[in-house]
Design a binder for this molecule. Structure first.
Ligand code: NAP
Length: 372
């Protein structure tokens, strides 16, 4: 297992993090306690140290089980735990949710208690609430870091402008900066490339990827059929739930799955491994959170970085999955950028926002070609 520094911090984390949204069967598609313990043990045995949870997951049982396993294995100093707040814990009480100071200070106590620890390594805002000013979040984060209850802070599922504002305020006002931005990113969900890849490069945050297999779609376990879709698992259960994160059975996605299957066959690797490898090696990606309900899945996924995808195969996956470019991003393409310099060659040829220079081994990219 390789370790990378997370964003601009001194915190060393595994490139493959363990997701614990499946710890506990409270939502009907997770792993029971015995199964979850196996997943935890196998991850630690493989050398992993970065574990992601949230107060929301399985109604708090994910944090409880994780805390229990960490205690049983005496691994608190070794593991780096990320947990999150935002989702409401008390019907009828609007201040028991969202990102205001009152809720953050309430939520952190609950997470510390369920995890059975006196500090959280990375405390994360789970989702933008459209209301709380970035100043309030960053100031509260800073207070928590100074109190010792939290070591690093992060944002998930927030608009790029909000992340940029939060990080800029932190820099100007000497508050604890954000170390990572956690976002959905996979071969079938690449829209973050329009903003967040360069955001991570400029603000030194690194991206922590969630749902690298699109909830299992990219493992190849689902197939389109005359009757609808064949295959069982979380995605089959939740495809019609109305949550866009689970709306993955589309014509475009089946084409990506088909190409991934061909590439995986050529590499003699599982589709899950190729999908995880491809996303882990995208610019600005600091860590990929792998999820599983069964041990064989985790073992499969843990081997995802043991090989390289040759450039030609990477290119094929890139092409089939490339999202359509909309305004204003059309203006940042070489065809328009080239119109600025009167035909003169100015430094590097301006490149697309989606082709940054990656600094080998840093876990993130730090500059785009068009910056230099
Ligand atoms: N910040 C956020 O808003 C956010 C949102 C979502 C997730 N997350 C974090 O990211 C983690 C990972 O997300 P995710 O669970 O959605 O990741 P994912 O990799 O997209 O999906 C994992 C699921 O796919 C199936 N699977 C995984 N590996 C497989 C394999 N090798 N073969 C066949 N099936 C396989 C399993 O589900 P089945 O067995 O049910 O098919 C497994 O639970 C979560 O645990 C959580 O920590 C964060």
């Amino acid at each position: 297992m390789d370790y990378y520094t997370l964003g601009n911090t001194g915190l060393k984390v595994s490139r493959l993090a363990l997701g614990t949204m499946t710890f506990g069967n409270d939502w009907g598609w997770g792993a029971d306690e015995a199964n979850a313990r196996q997943l935890f043990d196998a991850y630690l045995e493989a050398g992993g140290n970065f574990i992601d949870t949230a107060d929301l997951y399985t109604n708090g049982n994910s944090e409880r089980l994780l805390g229990q396993f960490v205690k049983e294995t005496g691994s608190r100093d070794r593991v780096v735990i990320t947990t999150k707040f935002t989702y409401n814990a008390e019907p009828g009480n609007p201040n028991a949710g969202g990102n205001g100071r009152k809720n953050i200070l309430r939520a952190v106590e609950g997470s510390l208690q369920r995890l059975g620890t006196d500090y959280i390594d990375v405390y994360m805002l789970h989702t933008w609430d459209r209301m709380t000013p970035a100043q309030e979040v960053m100031r509260t984060f800073d207070d928590l870091v100074r109190s010792g209850k939290v070591r690093h802070v992060a944002l998930s599922n927030a608009p790029a402008w909000y992340v940029a504002r939060a990080q800029t305020l932190a820099g100007e006002r000497h508050l604890e900066p954000i170390c990572t931005v956690q976002l959905e990113y996979s071969l079938v969900e690449r829209h973050i490339e329009f903003e967040y890849v360069s955001l991570a490069q400029h603000l030194g945050t690194g991206i922590m990827v969630w749902s690298p297999l699109a909830s299992g779609l990219l493992s190849g376990k689902y197939k389109p059929s005359q009757a609808g879709v064949e295959g069982s698992g979380r995605l089959a259960q939740l495809a019609n739930s109305g949550n866009p994160a689970f709306d993955k059975f589309t014509k475009e996605n089946w084409a990506i799955v088909a190409e991934l299957e061909t590439v995986a066959k050529e590499l003699d690797r599982s589709m899950a491994q190729v999908a995880i490898n491809w996303i882990a090696n995208r610019p600005s990606v600091a860590s990929v959170i792998i999820g599983a309900t069964k041990l064989y899945q985790l073992q499969d996924n843990l081997a995802a970085l043991e090989f390289e995808i040759p450039a030609e195969l990477q290119q094929r996956l890139d092409e089939i999955s490339r999202p359509q470019i909309h305004f204003p991003y059309t203006f940042f393409e070489p065809s328009t950028q080239g119109m600025f310099y009167g035909g003169a060659t100015v430094g590097n040829k301006p490149t697309s926002y989606s082709q940054p220079i990656v600094v080998e081994g840093s876990g993130m990219a730090i500059a785009t070609a068009s910056d230099s």
